[in-house]
Design a protein around this ligand. Structure first.
Ligand SMILES: [Ca+2]
Length: 553
C-alpha cells in the first residue's frame, strides 16, 4: 500500500494569504472574535471603494484569474447526494442540466460538506468557519428557534457586498427565522424563500394545538408572502426571482452573487411537503424524490440559460454542491449516497444509517461541480479534498473582496485547484493537514479527519440511530480514494499507517484545543417566534403562552 505522496508537508494554505487556518488566532475566544468583527466589516466595506485588494487585505495577489471580476452563482441543494445524479452515475433520475454543468466544468470529486446536517453546514458555507465557531449546533434549527447564526458572524453576502457585488439569496436559509437573522439583514440585498426545511411546517389542515410549527411560510425579505406555501409553484417562484435578479444585475453593470439554496430535495414522505411542480410529477423512476431532483435540475438549467441569453454565461462562475448526504433513516424516501456506503458500519456495527448525521462518507462527501468558461477547463476533474468551508475565501479572492480580519477562517482559497486541478500547477495539499469531520450529536467532537487520501475515524455512530458512540483506538483508517465505501480498514501496524495515526492523533488534539466554540444557538420550542401571520392561530403563535423570555444575544 503506497501513500502516493498524499501526506506531503503541510503547505497549509492554498493561494495567496487566504484562509487564516485553524491554528491562526488560536486561543481567541468567541468574545474576542466578536470585538474584532467590526474591524472585519470595515475592511470588507473598504474594498467596496473599488480597491482590488487581495484576500487578507493584501494587494496584488488577489487579482481574479482572467483579470475580470466574474458574477457568481452558488447552486446549493438540500440533501442531494452522489447516487441522485446522472453526472455521477445514478440510473434512475435524468439530470441533463447538472450533467451539462459537469461536462462544461470541473468535477470536484473530493468535495466535503462542512457538516452532515442542514443548519451547521449552511453556517459554515456562509462564514468559511467551522460551525462550532458560529454557534449553529448541534442539529438543525427549529421553525421557532430563539436565535440563529450568531449576529457577529460575517457572511458570504456581506463579504461580497463589501466588494461591490449585488447579492441575492433564494430558498432555504436555516440560520434563524427571526428578523435579525434573515438574509436581507445579513449581507444580501434581498431574500425570497422558505427560511427552513420544507418538512418544518404544515401545508393543510393545521392543528396548532398539536404542532409547534405553523403553516410553512414563504418570505420576501421579512414579509410573509404565502402561508402555507404552494409547493407545486415554489421552485418556479425561485427561478423567476433569480432570473429577474440576473437581468437587473446585468443591466446595472455590477457583478453579482446569486445564492440559490434549493428547498428541494430533502426527503420525500407521503403527506409531507416535498412536491415538485406539475410538469415534473411522475416524470422520474425514483418517485416523488426523483421528481424533485428533476425540477431542481430544471432550475439550474433555467439559470444557465438566462446567463447565456444575456451574454454573461461565459464570464460567470457557477459552483454547485449539496449541504449534506441523504437522510438514510427515511429508507426509500431519501436520496442515495452512491458509492459512499460506509460498509464497515454495516459489516461490523450492524447499521446502514451512514448518510446524513453521520461522519461516514455518505454524510459528508458531496457531488460538486464548478464551471467558469475560459478559466476552468471543460471536462476536467480534481480529486483534491475540498470543502464547503472553502467557498467564502475562494469567492472573496476571485471577486477581489477583502477577507474578514481578526477572526479565524477555516476554509482555504481553492482558486488554483479550480483552474489547474491536481498536479504540479495546482494546489495539491489544500487540506493535507487534516480536514475535521464533526459529529452532529452533543457533545460535539471531531469524529474523523481526512488526511490526504486517508480518513481516520476516532468516533463512529449511525446518523440517526440510538446506537452508542464507538471510540476507536487505534482509529479506523481507510484509503477513501481507493475504498470510497469505507469497507477495508488499513493495518495500523503498517509503518506508514502507524505514522499517519500518530500525526492524526496530534492534529486532532491540536484542533480540539484551538477551536473556540460559541454557545449553541439551537433553542427551539418558542412558539411566539414561529412565523405566523394568520389571526386564527393567534392563541397558538402570537398571543398565547410565551414560553421563556429571550436570552441576551
Ligand atoms: Ca440538508
Amino acid at each position: 500500500m503506497a501513500a502516493g505522496g498524499a501526506r506531503g508537508p503541510r503547505r497549509g494554505r492554498a493561494g495567496a494569504g487566504a484562509g487564516a487556518g485553524a491554528g491562526a488566532g488560536a486561543g481567541a475566544g468567541a468574545g474576542a472574535e466578536g470585538l474584532l468583527r467590526l474591524a472585519a466589516l470595515a475592511a470588507a466595506l473598504a474594498a467596496a471603494a473599488g480597491a482590488r485588494a487581495g484576500p487578507g487585505g493584501e494587494s496584488g495577489p488577489g487579482a481574479a484569474p482572467g483579470g475580470a471580476r466574474p458574477s457568481m452563482v452558488l447552486f446549493f441543494v438540500d440533501d442531494l447526494a452522489y447516487g441522485d445524479l446522472g453526472a455521477t452515475g445514478a440510473p434512475g433520475i435524468r439530470t441533463p442540466n447538472i450533467d451539462r454543468l459537469a461536462k462544461e466544468g470541473r468535477r470536484l470529486t473530493g468535495w466535503y460538506s462542512a457538516a452532515s446536517i442542514c443548519s451547521p453546514s449552511r453556517a459554515s458555507l456562509m462564514t468559511g468557519r467551522h460551525f462550532v465557531r458560529t454557534g449553529v449546533y448541534p442539529g438543525a434549527l427549529n421553525c421557532n428557534a430563539e436565535t440563529g447564526m450568531h449576529l457577529e458572524e460575517l457572511t458570504l453576502g456581506e463579504v461580497m457586498k463589501g466588494a461591490g457585488y449585488r447579492t441575492q439569496m433564494l430558498g432555504k436559509w436555516h440560520l434563524g427565522q427571526r428578523p435579525d437573522y434573515l438574509p436581507h439583514n445579513r449581507g444580501f440585498d434581498h431574500y425570497l424563500g422558505v427560511p427552513y426545511s420544507v418538512d418544518q411546517g404544515s401545508l393543510k389542515d393545521h392543528n396548532c394545538k398539536q404542532k409547534d410549527c405553523p403553516y410553512l411560510p414563504l418570505l420576501r425579505d421579512g414579509e410573509i408572502l404565502e402561508q402555507p406555501v404552494d409547493p407545486e409553484t415554489l421552485t418556479e417562484k425561485y427561478v423567476e426571482e433569480a432570473k429577474g435578479f440576473i437581468e437587473d444585475s446585468v443591466a446595472s453593470g455590477d457583478p453579482f452573487l446569486l445564492v440559490y439554496a434549493s428547498s428541494h430535495v430533502h426527503v420525500s414522505v407521503p403527506g409531507k411537503p416535498q412536491f415538485a411542480g406539475k410538469a415534473f410529477q411522475g416524470s422520474q423512476r425514483r418517485g416523488r424524490f426523483g421528481d424533485a431532483v428533476a425540477e431542481t435540475d430544471w432550475a439550474l438549467g433555467e439559470l444557465m440559460n438566462k446567463l447565456d441569453s444575456l451574454g454573461v454565461g461565459d464570464d460567470a462562475l457557477i459552483v454547485m454542491t449539496s449541504d449534506n448526504g441523504p437522510w438514510m433513516a427515511k429508507e426509500t424516501d431519501c436520496g442515495s449516497p452512491g458509492p459512499f456506503r460506509g460498509l464497515w458500519a454495516l459489516l461490523n456495527g450492524g447499521y446502514w444509517d451512514t448518510g446524513k448525521g453521520s461522519t461516514w462518507e455518505g454524510g459528508y462527501r458531496m457531488p460538486a461541480f464548478a464551471r467558469w468558461p475560459g478559466i476552468i477547463p471543460p471536462g476536467s476533474t480534481s480529486q483534491q479534498p475540498l470543502s464547503t468551508l472553502d467557498i467564502l475565501p475562494t469567492f472573496a479572492r476571485i471577486g477581489g473582496a477583502s477577507l474578514p480580519q481578526g477572526i479565524v477562517l477555516d476554509g482555504h482559497d481553492i482558486t488554483h485547484v479550480l483552474e489547474h486541478g491536481d498536479g504540479e500547477q495546482g494546489e495539491r495539499e489544500v487540506w493535507a493537514d487534516g480536514m475535521p469531520i464533526w459529529r452532529q450529536k452533543d457533545p460535539m467532537e471531531i469524529g474523523a479527519l481526512r488526511m490526504g487520501r486517508f480518513k481516520l475515524h476516532f468516533l463512529t455512530q449511525s446518523g440517526f440511530g440510538e446506537d452508542p458512540v464507538v471510540a476507536h483506538d487505534p482509529p479506523l483508517v481507510f484509503d477513501v480514494d481507493e475504498d470510497p465505501a469505507e469497507q477495508f480498514p488499513l493495518d495500523p501496524e503498517d509503518p506508514e499507517i502507524s505514522q499517519l495515526l500518530e500525526e492524526g492523533a496530534a492534529r486532532r488534539l491540536e484542533l480540539n484545543a484551538t477551536i473556540a466554540r460559541r454557545p449553541p444557538a439551537q433553542k427551539g420550542g418558542f412558539r411566539k417566534y414561529a412565523l405566523c401571520n394568520q389571526p386564527v392561530f393567534d392563541d397558538c403563535f402570537n398571543t398565547g403562552p410565551q414560553g421563556q423570555e429571550p436570552l441576551e444575544l
